[in-house]
Design a protein around this ligand. Sequence first.
Ligand code: ATP
Ligand code: MG
Length: 363
Amino acid sequence: MKINTLTLKNFRNYQKEVVKFEDGLNILVGKNAQGKTNILEAIFFAVIGKSFKASKEKEAIKWEEEVASIKAEFSREFRDVAIELIFNKSAKKAVKIDGISIKKIGELLGNVNAVFFSPQELKLVKESPDERRRFMNVDISQTNKRYFYALNRYEKVLANRNKLLKMSKDFNALKETIDIWDKALVDLAEKIYLERKLFIEKLAPFAEKAHNYISNGQEKLEIKYDSFDFGDKDFKSEMLKALQKNLEKDYKHGYTSVGVHRDDLDIYLNGVEVKSFGSQGQQRTVALSMKLAELEIIKERAGEYPILLLDDVFSELDIDRQKRLLNFTSRTQTIITCTEFNLKSEVNILQVVNGKVQKNTAN
Ligand SMILES: Nc1ncnc2c1ncn2[C@@H]1O[C@H](COP(=O)(O)OP(=O)(O)OP(=O)(O)O)[C@@H](O)[C@H]1O
Ligand SMILES: [Mg+2]
């Protein structure tokens, strides 16, 4: 998959701009605050129908303007597709695929795929298990609606169980009523467990390969799924037992202590935990490798590699890792932002200056 042309009107700091991309590597280079990340935001917006920024969508409209639009023309192996987003200060955003308006954002998904990486992604390695669960949830949900529904139901059942734990005045009465929630929770937990296990089994070897390559064979990345431990027995009956065993404690705390809402990923480099002992560059490489592994998983599903969008990826990587990263991504159309670039000559270099994008003809 690739993007050929991006046309922006009144999107963030762009007034009217047409940007042409090439196959392979495209570098958006420019000083701070010129509009590099805004370009990646626009492309990803066209792919998934929303921004990767937490801010309100309407804030993407250029200050003092009423209407903005993004038009992205993509090519897939067997067809082209144009996606257009029109933002209006006083109306809902409109989305068109090949000129035809769609009603639900869901219809947009699957037309084009992209993987986006930014310095924020370090959270995946450094912060709480929440981030790693979110990573699994977002990725698995994209390919698997059953997972998405199971997860939603699990969260509801869990919320109900927790409510009961908090509200019950009498422990004995609780013991009798909590049963139905436990059974529902265990059923859904097993479904989620199985999908996450499968996902990590697929992802881990791809991530290991990417990391090994970028670190020049120096570092072995291991990602392990850390979930409810049921030994060699049956998941559901063991989890049910654990829920019962912990009931008194959970009643005291008003919180369910057993289940897949406590899942995590254990991430090691050469046998050492990355979260506590990895250097900045190592942590960045790990997060990046996990994202690069997504390329392979999407390729398996969609039949083609997605577009790779890398925001500010070079900071904290030494020059060798930077070069190896560029080689590693040669199979996909890749768009990278940076403030300086002199690593490769045969690439499409685009200079970004104050909301204008110009092809660098010196190369
Ligand atoms: N709605 C908007 N209207 C006008 N300008 C905006 C709007 N939203 C953001 N901007 C401006 O766009 C500018 C460029 O932002 P962007 O994040 O793309 O910069 P960048 O080139 O990626 O910089 P850096 O190297 O610092 O990451 C910012 O200075 C910001 O103030
Ligand atoms: Mg930026």
